[in-house]
Design a protein around this ligand. Structure first.
Ligand SMILES: [Ca+2]
Ligand SMILES: [Ca+2]
Ligand SMILES: [Ca+2]
Length: 634
C-alpha cells in the first residue's frame, strides 16, 4: 500500500523533482505526411540531362516545399496548434511554434498533430547537445609511446589494436580482471583506485620473499634471485636476476588510471584488477598457480577466505616445459565453467628453441595469445601453433627502432623503491592485451561466455601481415616470420571489431556434465539473452560431435535427446535476435559408465610453473640498455 502511494506520488512529481533530467523544450514539431508527395515522386523519377536536372530539381524542391509549408499551416490550424512558421527538416516538414513549448503544452501539441488523418508521425524539434569529448586521445603523458593501442596504419604500425575507436564505443567496463602473477605495487600512483585487495597464495616462504606463506597482502615484495641463491636448492634452475615487477606491469596494461594526465593508458578505463599473487622468487608452484586460478574465479580454496569479487577474465602469463596436464585442464575447466575466461601467454620459446605451445597455452578452453611486433611479424621469442587463438602486440627488441611495450613498473632491483614506468617485451604482455579487450566486451554484453568471447575476438581479428622478405612461420622458421592462421591464430587482435561483435545475443546453455549411457538429456538454452533493447527471435540446435542422435525441439530454446552409446557429445545452439545478429555456444556432455573406485595417491611433487620470466631475464640486460636509448629518445 505504501509502495503504491509512493509510486503515485512519484509519478505526479515533475521530472526535475524526481531527479530525472527534464525533457527539453521544443522549438517546434517535425512532421511526416502519410501520403507520398506526388510532385516529389515525379521529380525523383524524371531525370533529365545533368546540368539542367540540378536546376530543375531545385525549382521542383522549392515548389513542393512552398506547397508543403502551406499544408503544414493548414494542419496546424486544423489541429489548433499556434504556428509561427513552416519549413523543412531534411526531407520532412517543420512546424515552428511561436514560443518554445515543453511539458503538458508540448504533449498537447504533439497529440493534436498525431491525431490528424494526414499525419504519419510527429516528433519534437529539440536541441541536440554537443557530443561529449571523444576519448580518442587521452592526456596521459606516455600515451604517445603506446603505439600498440593506436589504429593500424598498415605502414609502420600493422598490429595496433584500434583502441581509440574501441574507446569511442566504450572506454570503461566495471569488470574484474584477475592478474594471477607476482602481486602488485599497490602504491603505484597510476594504479590508484584500480586495484582490489586480492590475495597472496605463495605458500613456500623461500619463494614468497615476504616472510610468510599465504596471506592477505598481495603486494609484490620483489622477486630477485641473488647470485648466492641462484642454482641452489629450490632455485636450482634459476639464474641471478633483479626483481621484475611483472604483475605491476600487467595490471597497468589492463587498467592503469587513464586520462588522468599522467603515465600510461590502460585498455579498460573502468576495470578493477584482482591481484592474485602466486609467484615469487624463481616462479610459481603449480599448486599455488592452480589454487590461484580457482580463487580468482570465485571458487573455494581451502584455508582462504571467499573471493567476494570473482574475476570474469583471468590473465595468466606463465608457461612451462610440459604439455597440458589433467591438473591444469581440470582446473581450467572448472574455472571456465564458473564463467571466467582464462587468457594465457603462448610462451617465449620454452623449452629453448622449440616453438610449440606448452601448458597452459596448449590446454583446451583457454585463450592462448601469441606476440607480434609492431610490423605484424611474429616476435622472435613467441611460441606458436594451432592452439593459438590470436596474436597481439608483445613488443620487440629485434626490430628497428625498438618497440617495447610501456607500462607501470618499479625502479627497485631488489626491494621496491620508486614507482616508475618500464619497457618490456614478451608473450606475458601480449596476453593482457586480449584480457583487457575481453573485459571491455563484457561491459557491453555481460552474458558472453568464455567460449563466446574467444569466438568473437577471433572473428573480429584482422588478417595477419605478410612481408615477402620473411619466411612463413614453421618448425624450422620460428624466429621473426610471417604468421598464418594455422600458426598465430585467427589474426591480429582488433578491439573495435571485437567490441562491435560483443553486441550480438549470447547463447547461454545450462552446463551438462557426465551422464550414464541411455540417459535422456535436456539441452536447455533458455538462459540465452539478447542485449538490452533486443529480443531473441529464434533458437536452433545441432549436434557437432558424437554418434548421431535425434533431437526433439531442435528449433526451440529447450531441446532433448537420448544418448544411447558411450562417448563425448557436443551440441551447438545458435540464437538470432530481432535485428538479425546471431550468437552461438556449445555444450559438451559425456556419456560414460561410472569410473571404478580410485586407488593410490597422485604424486604431488614440486612441479615448477617455469615462468616466462626465465626468458625475460635473459633479455633483461638488453632491455636495460635499450631503456637507456628510450630515455634519451623520449
Ligand atoms: Ca606471504
Ligand atoms: Ca604477502
Ligand atoms: Ca595514466
Amino acid at each position: 500500500m505504501l509502495g503504491l502511494v509512493v509510486l503515485l506520488c512519484t509519478a505526479a512529481l515533475p521530472a526535475a523533482a524526481r531527479g530525472l533530467p527534464e525533457p527539453p523544450a521544443a522549438a517546434g514539431l517535425i512532421i511526416g505526411f502519410k501520403d507520398v508527395d506526388e510532385e516529389r515522386a515525379a521529380r525523383e523519377a524524371d531525370r533529365g540531362p545533368w546540368a539542367s536536372e540540378k536546376e530543375r530539381a531545385r525549382k521542383s524542391w522549392d515548389r513542393s516545399a512552398r506547397r508543403d509549408r502551406e499544408r503544414v499551416a493548414r494542419l496546424a490550424k486544423e489541429s489548433g496548434v499556434a504556428l509561427a512558421g513552416a519549413g523543412e527538416a531534411g526531407n520532412a516538414h517543420l512546424l515552428r511554434f511561436d514560443r518554445p513549448l515543453k511539458g503538458q503544452a508540448l504533449d498537447r501539441a504533439l497529440r493534436r498533430l498525431r491525431l490528424h488523418p494526414e499525419v504519419a508521425w510527429v516528433e519534437p524539434n529539440v536541441l541536440v547537445p554537443r557530443q561529449q569529448l571523444a576519448p580518442g586521445a587521452p592526456d596521459d603523458t606516455l600515451f604517445g609511446l603506446q603505439w600498440h593501442l593506436l589504429a593500424p596504419d598498415n605502414v609502420g604500425n600493422f598490429s595496433g589494436m584500434n583502441m581509440p575507436a574501441a574507446w569511442s564505443i566504450r572506454n570503461g567496463s566495471p569488470v574484474v580482471v584477475a592478474v594471477v602473477d607476482s602481486g602488485v605495487r599497490f602504491d603505484h600512483p597510476d594504479l590508484a583506485g584500480r586495484l582490489l585487495p586480492g590475495y597472496d597464495l605463495v605458500s613456500e616462504i623461500d619463494i614468497a620473499n615476504d616472510g610468510n606463506g599465504r596471506d592477505a597482502d598481495a603486494s609484490d615484495p620483489g622477486d630477485w634471485v641473488s647470485a648466492g641463491e641462484a642454482g641452489q636448492g629450490m632455485f636450482q634452475f634459476c639464474n641471478a636476476s633483479p626483481s621484475l615487477w611483472h604483475g605491476t606491469f600487467i595490471a597497468g596494461q589492463i587498467a592503469a588510471a587513464s586520462n588522468n594526465g599522467a603515465g600510461v593508458v590502460g585498455l579498460n578505463w573502468g576495470a578493477s584488477v584482482l591481484p592474485v599473487r602466486v609467484s615469487g622468487k624463481c616462479g610459481a608452484l603449480v599448486s599455488d598457480l592452480l589454487d590461484g586460478l580457482r580463487w580468482a574465479a570465485g571458487l573455494p580454496v581451502a584455508g582462504l577466505p571467499a573471493n567476494t569479487t570473482p574475476a570474469r577474465v583471468i590473465n595468466l602469463s606463465f608457461g612451462g616445459d610440459a604439455p597440458c596436464s589433467q591438473a591444469y585442464q581440470d582446473t581450467i575447466n572448472e574455472v571456465t565453467d564458473a564463467g571466467a575466461l582464462v587468457v594465457v601467454a603462448a610462451g617465449n620459446n620454452l623449452p629453448q628453441g622449440n616453438p610449440v605451445l606448452t601448458r597452459p597455452a596448449d590446454c583446451q578452453r583457454v585463450m592462448a595469445v601469441a606476440a607480434v611486433r609492431r610490423d605484424g611479424a611474429k616476435a622472435d621469442y613467441s611460441n606458436f601453433g594451432p592452439q593459438v587463438a590470436l596474436s597481439a602486440p608483445g613488443g620487440s627488441t629485434d626490430s628497428s627502432p625498438n618497440n617495447f611495450l610501456v607500462s607501470t613498473d618499479n625502479s627497485g632491483s631488489t626491494v621496491p623503491t620508486v614507482n616508475s614506468y618500464g619497457y618490456k617485451q614478451g608473450t606475458s604482455f601480449s596476453a593482457p592485451q586480449a584480457a583487457g579487450v575481453a573485459s571491455l566486451m563484457l561491459g557491453i554484453n555481460p552474458a558472453l561466455s568464455p567460449a563466446q568471447l574467444i569466438d568473437r575476438m577471433k572473428t573480429g581479428a584482422r588478417a595477419h601481415s605478410f612481408d615477402a622478405g620473411r619466411s612463413q612461420c614453421s618448425s624450422t622458421q620460428h624466429g621473426v616470420c610471417n604468421c598464418t592462421t594455422s600458426t598465430c591464430g585467427a589474426g591480429l587482435l582488433d578491439a573495435e571489431r571485437a567490441m562491435q561483435l560483443a553486441a550480438g545475443p549470447a547463447a547461454v546453455i545450462v552446463p551438462l556434465g557426465r551422464v550414464e549411457p541411455g540417459s535422456v538429456i535436456a539441452l536447455d538454452g533458455r538462459p540465452s539473452v539478447a542485449i538490452t533493447g533486443s529480443t531473441i527471435v529464434s533458437h536452433q540446435w545441432q549436434q557437432t560431435q558424437g554418434a548421431p542422435v535425434a533431437l526433439t525441439g531442435a528449433s526451440s530454446s529447450l531441446a532433448g535427446t537420448t544418448l544411447v552409446t558411450e562417448g563425448t557429445y557436443v551440441f551447438r545452439l545458435t540464437v538470432v535476435d530481432d535485428v538479425g545478429r546471431t550468437g552461438a555456444d556449445t555444450v559438451q556432455v559425456v556419456a560414460a559408465l561410472p569410473p571404478p573406485p580410485a586407488g593410490g595417491g597422485g604424486s604431488s611433487s614440486l612441479l615448477w610453473g617455469l615462468s616466462l620470466w626465465a626468458w625475460v631475464l635473459a633479455a633483461a640486460a638488453s632491455q636495460r640498455r635499450a631503456l637507456g636509448r628510450w630515455s634519451r629518445r623520449a
